[in-house]
Design a binder for this molecule. Structure first.
Ligand code: ADP
Ligand code: ZN
Length: 523
C-alpha cells in the first residue's frame, strides 16, 4: 500500500509537519489534479512535487531551467534514499543512456530535465514509453514574455497537456503578480489548476530605501556599520559596475567577489561555491546571480542601482534571511537611475506594448521608492496582499515628512516647458536645476537662460531638494523622459493640472543625508 504524504515527509525527509499549504497542494496532485503554486523563495516548493512523485506510481518529471543546480538537487535526494536523476547537456551519452534505461524500467522516483531537452523528439518518445506520475514545471514565470527570466522553450511546454492529459501537472514560481499568474495558467494550459498563493510577507526583512549621492561610500558604511562580517549580495545593473564595486569593497577590507554573465563559467562556479561555503562573503552581482541559490544566512541584499520592476526587486531581496533571522534589504537610488532606466526602455527592442509594460513596471518601482507609507504594505499590495503598517521598514521606523510641493513643482514644470521650446537642445536635469537655483554657468550664459523668468526662482530649496522634487515628479508621471532626446525631460498630460493649480502635490521630504562615516575610504 502506498505511504501517506505525512509518512513520506517524516520518514524520507525527516520533517515533523507540513508548512503552509504544502499538504493541500500535495493531496491535490496525489488525487490527480493540477496546481499552480505561488510561494516565496524558501517557502518549500520542492516538497510540493517531490512527495506526490514518491506517493504516486511512476516517475515525477521535473522541468527546470537551472541545469547548474540539477546535480545538487539530485545529490541531496539521493542522500535521502530517493531515486533521482537528471538528463541535460552536461552529461555524456553513456550516462544519459543509463538514466533512460532506469526511467523505462520504472526505477526512478524523480527525473529532472531542462525544457529544451524535454521538447526534443527523442525525449518525448522516451517519456511516452515509461510511466509518469506527474509533471512539475519549476520557475514557471519563465513562460512570461514580459518577465526578465523569459525562456522561449517554456512556451512549448503546453504540449504536455495535450500529450499527457491524464497526468497531473504543477507549475511553481516565486513570482506573484496577478498578471503573471494568469499568464502562466494560460500559456501552460493550466486553466483547471487550483491556485495556491502563499503569503509573500517576509517579516524578518527590514526594507530600506535611501537617496543616492556617493553610492559606493554609502554602501561601504552600510556594510561596515550594520553588517560587518555578514554574508550579503550587492546587485548592480551592469557588468562594469559589478567589477568596480567588488574591487572597491575589497580595497576597503570587505571580502567581496564579482558575479556576472561576462565571467567564464568556471570562474562563476568558483565564486558561487565560495559564497555558499565560506563565511561572510559579499557577492557583487548582476541579476544573473541568485535564481535557485539556496543560502539561508544571507544577512543583507543591497541594490546600488534601481531595479526595473517590483517583482524583480522582491525576488532579489527575498534571498536575504531565508533562515528567518533578521536581515536587511537596502536600496540606494537617485534621479540619474530614473532617467537612465527611462532611456533604456525607450531604446529597447520590442514593440510599443512591450515598452509600455516596462514603463509601467518602472513606475510601480518608483512608487515604492517614493511612498510615504509603509514600504512592506506597498510591496505586498503589489502582490494583492493587504497588511497593516509593519513596524520593520524605514518609513515605519522613522516616518518621512510630507510637504506641500505644489509651488515647487510648478516652478520645475514651467522651467521644463520653457526649455522645451528650444527643443533640439539637450538640456538634462542638472541644467534645469542650475536655472532654478540661479547659477550663472557657461551653459546658462551660452543659451541666455539667465533671461528666463524662472531663472533663480528656486533659491528657497537646495540642489538636493530639487533633485528630490524632480525624481518625484518622474515617479508621479508628471514629467517624462523624451523617447527621442538624450535624457531631455518633457511635460506629460497630467502636468497641466499642476501647472494650472488644479492639483496639490504632497511630496516626500528629503532626509538630510549623512556624509560618509568616519571610516577611511579608499577609492
Ligand atoms: P523554495 O524552492 O520554495 O525556494 P525549498 O523547497 O528549497 O524552497 O525549501 C526551502 C527550505 O525549507 C529547504 O531547506 C527545505 O528542506 C525546507 N522545508 C521545506 N518544507 C519544510 C517543512 N515542511 N518542514 C521543515 N522544513 C521544510
Ligand atoms: Zn513598514
Amino acid at each position: 500500500m502506498a505511504q501517506s504524504a505525512l509518512e513520506v515527509l517524516q520518514e524520507v525527509f525527516g520533517y515533523d509537519s507540513f508548512r503552509g499549504s504544502q499538504h493541500e497542494i500535495i493531496e491535490t496532485l496525489i488525487q490527480g489534479g493540477d496546481a499552480l503554486v505561488l510561494m516565496p523563495t524558501g517557502g518549500g516548493k520542492s516538497l510540493c512535487y517531490q512527495i506526490p512523485a514518491l506517493v504516486r506510481p511512476g516517475t515525477g518529471v521535473v522541468v527546470s531551467p537551472l541545469i547548474a543546480l540539477m546535480q545538487d538537487q539530485v545529490d541531496a535526494l539521493t542522500e535521502l534514499g530517493v531515486n533521482a536523476a537528471y538528463l541535460n547537456s552536461t552529461q555524456d551519452w553513456q550516462t544519459a543512456r543509463e538514466v533512460e534505461r532506469e526511467f523505462l524500467t520504472g526505477q526512478l522516483d524523480l527525473l529532472y530535465v531542462a525544457p529544451e531537452r524535454l521538447l526534443t523528439d527523442r525525449c518525448l518518445d522516451l517519456l511516452a514509453r515509461g510511466q509518469i506520475s506527474l509533471f512539475a514545471i519549476d520557475e514557471a514565470h519563465c513562460v512570461s514574455q514580459w518577465g526578465h527570466d523569459f525562456r522561449p522553450e517554456y512556451l512549448g511546454l503546453d504540449l504536455l497537456a495535450q500529450r499527457w492529459p491524464g497526468v497531473p501537472r504543477v507549475a511553481l514560481t516565486a513570482t506573484a503578480t496577478q498578471l503573471t499568474r494568469v499568464e502562466i495558467a494560460q500559456r501552460l494550459k493550466l486553466e483547471q489548476a487550483r491556485h495556491f498563493v502563499a503569503s509573500f510577507d517576509r517579516p524578518n526583512i527590514c526594507y530600506r530605501i535611501i537617496e543616492k549621492n556617493e553610492v559606493r561610500k554609502q554602501l561601504l558604511s552600510f556594510i561596515q556599520e550594520e553588517h560587518a562580517g555578514d554574508a550579503g549580495i550587492v546587485y548592480c545593473l551592469s557588468r562594469s559596475r559589478v567589477e568596480d564595486t567588488a574591487e572597491f569593497l575589497c580595497k576597503n577590507g570587505i571580502h567581496a567577489l564579482p558575479y556576472h554573465a561576462g565571467l567564464d563559467a568556471q570562474q562563476r562556479a568558483i565564486n558561487q561555491a565560495r559564497f555558499l561555503r565560506e563565511e561572510g562573503v559579499v557577492m557583487v552581482a548582476t541579476i544573473a546571480f541568485g535564481m535557485g541559490v539556496n543560502k539561508p544566512d544571507v544577512r543583507f541584499v543591497a541594490h546600488i542601482d534601481l531595479p526595473k520592476s517590483v517583482e524583480g526587486y522582491y525576488q532579489e531581496t527575498g534571498r536575504a534571511g531565508r533562515d528567518g533571522e533578521a536581515a536587511t534589504a537596502w536600496l540606494a537610488y537617485g534621479l540619474q537611475d530614473v532617467v537612465q532606466l527611462h532611456r533604456m526602455i525607450n531604446q529597447s527592442q520590442g514593440d510599443a506594448a512591450h515598452r509600455r509594460q516596462q514603463g509601467q513596471a518602472l513606475d510601480a518601482m518608483l512608487g515604492l521608492c517614493e511612498t510615504i507609507s509603509c514600504r512592506r504594505q506597498r510591496l505586498l499590495a503589489y502582490f494583492d496582499q493587504h497588511i497593516e503598517p509593519c513596524g520593520n521598514c524605514d518609513t515605519c521606523l522613522e516616518a518621512p515628512q510630507a510637504w506641500d510641493g505644489t509651488v515647487a513643482a510648478q516652478k520645475m514644470l514651467s522651467t521644463i516647458y520653457r526649455l522645451w521650446r528650444e527643443r533640439g537642445q539637450r538640456f538634462g536635469a542638472g541644467h534645469l536645476i542650475d536655472i532654478l537655483l540661479g547659477k550663472l554657468t557657461d551653459r546658462v550664459k551660452e543659451h541666455e537662460h539667465d533671461k528666463l523668468t524662472v531663472f533663480g526662482v528656486g533659491k528657497d530649496l537646495t540642489d538636493q531638494a530639487w533633485r528630490g522634487v524632480l525624481r518625484q515628479l518622474l515617479a508621479h508621471s508628471l514629467v517624462t523622459v523624451d523617447p527621442e532626446g538624450y535624457g531631455t525631460l518633457l511635460l506629460t498630460e497630467a502636468s497641466r493640472e499642476v501647472l494650472k493649480g488644479e492639483r496639490t502635490l504632497m511630496l516626500r521630504r528629503e532626509t538630510v543625508t549623512r556624509g560618509p562615516a568616519a571610516h577611511r575610504v579608499k577609492g
